[in-house]
Design a protein around this ligand. Structure first.
Ligand SMILES: *Cc1c(COP(=O)(O)O)cnc(C)c1O
Length: 399
């Protein structure tokens, strides 16, 4: 069976975890600090703050930029549900904007019509590692004095051509970027997240909020020769990363260039091989973007049933996933929990079908995600392509 993905972990990561366990200090400490420093250097960010996941990273990012109950945050429905959930955690309402059908990313042409006097932030997503059109998004955001938070869960290693040069996602080009180290993403610490920003006040806020709002971190008290009493000026959370995870993350960072390069080679080979299949839509990478290809998503030919194609490939030993979900179609999002640019204008949209989010809904039902991982052999990749070709022949015949 060819899996959809496989984290690239080995002896170095195991040894790093062992070293931390035997040191006796396993919670947020020196390894987290070192991982933050190395990650910041890698993406070129002034500040990086490690947390327990990308979901908690996004939650703290929205709180830091000032999202409050009753506010609106503009984002996409077509994303993993955590993107929309963090807006609800803040008591705010997600306002969904449709995607571009070829990049699966927020369509900047729809952005301005979604802005109201309640809009407090724009939460854009670099979906499955493909940088979104930050140049257009940031321009509109600046015009309306809105902060841009980037959901970069899948974009560790992604690059964007920015003001005349290639930069890593996370510098950040917006105001705050949030990353994930879940095993389904590019590098993994089991679970884990990172927040980068150029704003030192926000960075201080993340550090306070991730550790119960505690004025003096335990690492400082531990290392002091004086007795220190901490205080709790605000209500915070426990969103810490452990030192065991951070030590694994530092080893993963060393592998990152190799991981990204292998993923890019496989993606480019997929594009060549899959071009042979009639009617299949291939992912589009704008010339100002370099993806990590965290997922390789193809659009099935018109009339091909998604479930049947996936079942046929599974029978052939290839696991796939359906296209990215749409949060507005889930029971957790009844019609009063969200809004969309069209609904503000009085268009009749329901949870079952939203005219304003047509491209999002079509991408969910018309695309599938193919296996892609750095250890993938060329014979395995050939097998995926053959399995897809065969599945489509059978499914289209039965139509
Ligand atoms: C995976 C993912 C998240 C959540 O990341 P966790 O680290 O699992 O919390 C958020 N947004 C997007 C776009 C994702 O793909």
């Amino acid at each position: 069976m060819i899996p959809i993905t496989k984290p690239m972990l080995g002896e170095n990561e195991a040894e790093a975890a062992r070293r931390v366990i035997l040191s006796g200090w396993t919670s947020q400490g020196p390894e987290v600090a070192a991982f933050e420093k190395e990650f910041a250097e890698y993406v070129g960010a002034p500040h990086a703050c490690a947390v327990s996941s990308c979901t908690t990273a996004l939650h703290l990012a929205l709180l830091a930029v000032g999202v409050q109950p009753g506010d609106e945050v503009i984002t996409v429905s077509h994303s993993f549900i955590a993107t929309a959930n963090v807006v609800l955690y803040c008591g705010a309402k997600p306002v969904f904007v449709d995607i571009e059908p070829d990049t699966f990313n927020l369509d900047p042409r729809q952005l301005e019509s979604a802005i109201t006097d309640r809009t407090r932030a724009i939460l854009c997503v670099h979906q499955i590692g493909m940088p979104c059109d930050l140049a257009s998004i940031v321009k509109i955001a600046r015009r309306h004095s809105l902060p841009v938070v980037e959901d970069a869960a899948c974009a560790v290693g992604s690059e964007i051509f920015w003001q005349g040069q290639w930069e890593k996602i996370g510098k950040p080009q917006g105001d705050v970027a949030c990353f994930s180290f879940h095993p389904r993403k590019v590098i993994s610490t089991g679970d884990g997240g990172m927040i980068t920003t150029a704003n030192p006040e926000w960075d201080a806020r993340f550090r306070l909020l991730r550790q119960h709002g505690m004025s003096v971190p335990d690492t400082v008290r531990h290392g002091s020769s004086q007795v220190i009493f901490e205080s709790y000026p605000i209500v915070g959370y426990n969103f810490r990363m452990t030192d065991i995870q951070a030590a694994v993350g530092r080893e993963q960072l060393k592998r990152l260039p190799e991981i990204v390069s292998k993923r890019r080679n496989l993606a480019s080979r997929y594009k060549t091989l899959l071009a042979e299949i009639p009617g299949l839509g291939l992912p589009v990478e704008p010339d100002w973007a370099r993806s990590t290809w965290q997922s390789f998503c193809v659009r099935l030919p018109e009339g091909a049933d998604q479930r049947q194609v996936m079942q046929s490939m599974l029978d052939d030993g290839v696991s796939t996933r359906r296209g990215i979900m749409c949060s507005h179609r889930e029971a957790a999002y009844p019609a009063n929990a969200w809004s969309c640019a069209g609904r503000n204008a009085g268009t009749d949209c329901t949870a079952e079908s939203c005219q304003c989010l047509r491209h999002s809904e079509e991408a969910q039902t018309q695309t599938i995600i193919l296996p892609l991982f750095p250890q993938m052999g060329l014979d395995q990749q050939d097998h995926v392509v053959t399995a897809l070709h065969d599945a489509l022949r059978v499914v289209m015949l039965n139509e």
